[in-house]
Design a protein around this ligand. Structure first.
Ligand code: NAP
Length: 261
């Protein structure tokens, strides 16, 4: 089984690449940095550079003769108010979190079709279902990833290519440290709301589940004959997603504002 995972140099991507390698899969990581002590082959690649991605896919296909699984995992966050977010960073998060997901998926289809099918697993987030203030761009991109998985999944179903979006909740990784923070985290309008919201989210993430919990869900998804279109990781987060579906939107937004607003 040939698996490609983007963002395999740290966190969920690194844990998953190592875990799947241990399970006997041939794993290729695509990230800009090369991880130390990895058990898999990491190809240095900025996934927002589409020519570079195609070149790596061609290289893997020529070497292996097939590509079975693509895991679109690379991602970033932005913390702060939209009003204070630089356009350059807004562009960056959309380029990485959604446009690169669309592009990598689009590019891998011919290779999967040639092999009779495959799986594309997109790492979304519970923040794609629950709107998180002061992480608004992140929520928007992750919600888009979830919708992309469903709609594109219907386009390529006839080629036996299955799409799944996996939604982890808070996970301990380098995500907190890698997140872009706005320069302005307080002003006379927002007062201390932004900082206290960011503190809350950072605290939750640092106490979050191990990346291996997500790796195990990814492994199960690969092994399933028919993978579901969306999976939430962790009991508490499953409950939150379920409640968000059944509770009135007004009430849900009230609770989120109390916690993060
Ligand atoms: N941690 C959480 O609480 C959490 C919760 C839900 C969902 N997620 C999602 O899980 C995924 C993995 O996050 P993580 O927690 O493992 O964070 P992380 O430790 O910060 O890992 C991010 C990965 O993305 C890669 N990356 C960033 N920009 C890239 C680019 N231009 N080209 C190629 N690779 C790039 C990084 O590698 P390089 O810097 O080497 O390129 C790194 O390997 C993300 O999509 C995130 O949104 C995380």
């Amino acid at each position: 089984m040939i698996v490609i995972i983007t963002g395999a140099s740290s966190g969920i991507g690194l844990a998953t690449a190592n875990f799947l390698t241990e399970k006997g899969y041939k794993v290729y990581g695509l990230s800009r940095r090369l991880p130390e002590n990895s058990k898999f082959e990491n190809l240095s690649c900025d996934i927002t550079d589409y020519d570079a991605v195609l070149q790596k896919l061609n290289y893997i296909f020529e070497k292996e003769g097939k590509i079975d699984v693509l895991i679109n995992n690379a991602g970033m966050g932005i913390a702060g108010a939209i009003e204070h977010t630089e356009n350059e960073n807004i562009q960056k998060i959309f380029d990485l979190n959604i446009l690169a997901v669309i592009n990598c998926s689009k590019l891998v289809v011919p290779f999967m079709r040639a092999g009779g099918g495959g799986k594309i697993i997109n790492i979304s987030s519970v923040a794609g279902v629950i709107p998180i203030p002061f992480q608004t761009c992140y929520s928007v991109t992750k919600s888009a990833v979830d919708m992309f998985s469903m709609a594109f999944g219907l386009e390529v179903k006839d080629f036996k290519i299955q799409l799944t979006s996996i939604m982890p909740g808070d996970t301990k990784s380098s995500f907190v440290d890698n997140r872009v923070k706005n320069k302005l985290l307080e002003d006379e309008n927002y007062k201390t709301r932004i900082e206290s919201s960011i503190k809350k989210m950072e605290k939750d993430e640092r106490k979050g589940m191990s990346p291996l919990c997500v790796s195990k869900v990814i492994y199960k998804t690969i092994r399933k004959k028919k993978s579901p279109s969306r999976i939430t990781v962790g009991f508490n987060y499953k409950l939150i997603v379920f409640l968000s579906k059944i509770l009135p939107r007004k009430f849900m937004l009230y609770v989120i504002k109390k916690i993060y607003g």
